[in-house]
Design a protein around this ligand. Structure first.
Ligand code: FE
Length: 212
């Protein structure tokens, strides 16, 4: 039944990065010493690649866009609101949802280390953990956001939220214009990871619009 003997085509060491080689070496040692089973590792990877990830947060945001009652509950207590919905995975972290508006843009950082809302966004991107992002987003958020391709209007306020070990933040991006007729599941596809960190926005491609 197990497919743990399955081998990837990129097994050839020469195509692996240093980090990948280190991970492979570590995995081999742990497996050979009987400390972990390869199937267990596969299960953890499967968990973070497919079960936990930005698609969870995206579904939460899409529901908040279409369901005012859920949005109200989400802004009040995000952990509880999500856990009360039977079709979302369980959130264990203390999660706070913050909403973008015409006058306010929110962006999230962990200045001390790399605290991140894993339950709803999965693994953090490398830049999120980098020292330059962690210091510059606080001292000069507009410039950093510009580097991410985000040009905020002069009148828009930027608020930077610093995560802690106890508190994680999820940004609810603004619902893109022209999406009034789009279903919740289609809306979720417009919600990117970066838009939920605040280094991006949710956008809707004009291609799919009716030009008639
Ligand atoms: Fe941290």
């Amino acid at each position: 039944m197990s497919d743990s003997d399955h081998h990837h085509s990129h097994e050839d060491g020469s195509t692996l990065t240093d980090i990948q080689k280190r991970v492979k070496a570590l995995e081999s040692i742990l497996v050979s010493k009987g400390l972990v089973e390869r199937a267990a590792i596969d299960q953890i990877i499967e968990h973070f690649e497919h079960k936990v990830g930005p698609h969870v947060g995206a579904r939460v945001v899409a529901r908040a866009w279409v369901n005012p009652e859920f949005k109200h509950a989400l802004l009040k207590d995000a952990t509880q609101a999500i856990n009360h919905q039977s079709d979302f995975p369980e959130v264990g972290q203390h999660l706070i949802a913050i909403e973008n508006s015409d006058s306010l843009h929110n962006v999230v950082v962990c200045t001390l280390c790399s605290c991140y809302p894993w339950d709803v966004l999965g693994l953090p991107p490398v830049w999120y953990k980098s020292a330059p992002y962690r210091s510059r987003i606080v001292s000069d958020p507009r410039s950093v956001l510009k580097e991410f391709g985000l040009k905020l209007s002069v009148g828009k306020k930027v608020r930077v939220w610093d995560s802690t070990a106890e508190t994680r933040y999820l940004v609810i991006p603004q619902r893109p214009v022209g999406t009034e007729a789009i279903s919740e599941s289609e809306l979720a596809k417009l919600v990117t990871r970066d838009s939920m960190i605040g280094t991006g926005v949710a956008s809707f491609s004009a291609e799919s619009k009716d030009h008639g």
